[in-house]
Design a protein. Structure first.
Length: 82
């Protein structure tokens, strides 16, 4: 797959469809690419987002661990008190 720059695209299009149409088309393509890049980078996770998610996950895992530990201790207590 070969790549082409905006200026190369403009020069190729200006020969076939005229300078004004080529300029409009390349400007449209350039804006579309910039909007697409902006949209994609807006949805990237930042370091702060990742740290927040890790803290929430750690709290959840601690809660599950404490619950399981209490359940196991309760089972031991019921077995030993029989």
């Amino acid at each position: 797959m070969s790549t082409i720059t905006i200026t190369e695209l403009y020069s190729l299009l200006s020969e076939k469809v005229g300078k004004e149409t080529a300029q409009s088309l390349t400007a449209y393509i350039e804006q579309k690419i910039e909007k697409n890049i902006e949209y994609n980078t807006r949805h990237l996770a930042t370091r702060k987002d990742l740290e927040k998610g890790f803290k929430e996950q750690s709290r959840w895992m601690l809660g599950v661990f404490i619950t399981l530990a209490l359940m196991i201790l309760g089972l031991y207590a019921t077995i030993l008190l029989k």
